[in-house]
Design a protein around this ligand. Structure first.
Ligand code: FPP
Ligand code: MG
Length: 338
């Protein structure tokens, strides 16, 4: 079964737009929950919190909770609460990540620490976690969401700590890096799918299949995220392009380029990642290195491999619009431009 391709004002909707339209009512309900559960009676707290909560983004994780629940035949409103919960964990992690990365722009808006400083940013992240805990304890106590999310946030923190610790290590291996991204990004995306699955089924095979699907698209997502940092402009990304390079961060494309280039290019690359290097020179060098060694197509091929494994994991489910949407979402994660 395929999703019907619809035209709207002569505009052919992308697969992602169609998925959003398919679950538009769910997404509205989730937005309402996000606002309701994060509201603060204190004006400044509310302003700072809503700055990030309303700050757009694709809402990929909520979409995954809803589709995973639907693929397991669940249609109730608890999916909206769990979708809001995972989005809030994600937003909180980005608020803290932007402090760590000293990022100026996120989702097309100034980051919290640019607008109000590190203290406000750290505390707003903490506030969002407190709201997540309240939302979870208000739910049934006999379901596994609490344990899944406790494990997930622990792994995200571990991934970020290891990443920060390894940030100066020019020789980090591809395997080590893939492990880091499966923690810092893959875990929450996988948990979104696992939580959705638990709403509709108790069958271990189905829950495991959706978890695997989420883990695989999570890794694909971060590889593409790493690549877009070099290939897209800041307006499209909603954050500063070349941010990873400026920070001297070794990400998937750089690690691949380092592995395939010759010794003198390798030495030069190490120099280019140094904070004192002129930014324009570093960008020009890295762009020409990427061109010479086909770094962009390589990264897309590796990411597509993860997306294909994700799609294969869906084979145990009956062919429904929700399964088709999940399958197309896996491809979208690789083909997206922001
Ligand atoms: C973005 O990575 C960051 C993450 C995917 C995870 C951030 C996790 C933490 C800060 C650990 C704390 C988490 C919790 C839940 C307390 P990126 O910098 O590669 O992506 P970007 O370019 O979008 O910033
Ligand atoms: Mg970052």
């Amino acid at each position: 079964m395929t999703l019907t391709l619809k035209t709207k004002n002569y505009y052919i909707m992308s697969n992602f737009d169609q998925i959003v339209e398919l679950i538009a009512d769910d997404l509205s309900a989730i937005e309402a929950k996000l606002t309701e559960h994060t509201a603060s009676e204190y004006t400044f707290v509310d302003m700072a919190v809503q700055h990030v909560v309303e700050g757009g983004g694709k809402r990929l994780r909520p979409i995954l909770v809803v589709l995973s629940a639907k693929v397991c035949d669940y249609e109730g409103s608890d999916a909206h609460t769990l979708a809001a919960v995972v989005e809030l964990i994600h937003v909180a992690s980005l608020v803290h990540d932007d402090v760590l990365d000293e990022a100026a722009i996120r989702r097309g808006r100034e980051t919290l620490q640019t607008k109000w400083g590190n203290k406000v940013a750290v505390l707003v992240g903490d506030y969002l976690h407190a709201r997540v805990l309240s939302m979870l304890v208000a739910r049934r106590s006999d379901d596994p969401a609490m344990a899944i999310l406790a494990d997930t946030t622990q792994a995200m923190c571990e991934g970020e700590v290891i990443h920060a610790y390894k940030s100066g290590d020019f020789d980090i291996s591809e395997d080590e890096y893939l492990k880091i991204i499966s923690f810092k990004t893959g875990k929450l995306i996988a948990a979104s799918c696992t939580l959705g699955a638990h709403l509709g089924t108790t069958e271990a095979q189905q829950i495991e299949a959706l978890t695997v699907y989420g883990q695989q698209i999570g890794t694909a997502f971060q590889i593409v995220d790493d690549l877009l940092d070099f290939t897209e402009d800041s307006d499209k990304l909603g954050k500063d392009a070349f941010g990873d390079l400026r920070e001297g961060k070794l990400t998937f494309p750089i690690i691949y380029a380092r592995t395939v280039c010759n010794d003198s290019e390798k030495q030069m690359l190490e120099k280019m990642l140094h904070p004192d290097t002129d930014e324009t020179e570093a960008i020009a060098f890295v762009e020409s290195l990427f061109q010479s060694y086909g770094v962009e197509p390589h990264c897309l091929k590796v990411a597509q491999g993860y997306a294909d494994r994700a799609k294969a994991a869906l084979a145990i489910f009956p062919e429904t619009p929700a399964r088709t949407a999940l399958s197309e979402l896996a491809d979208y994660v690789v083909s997206r431009e922001s």
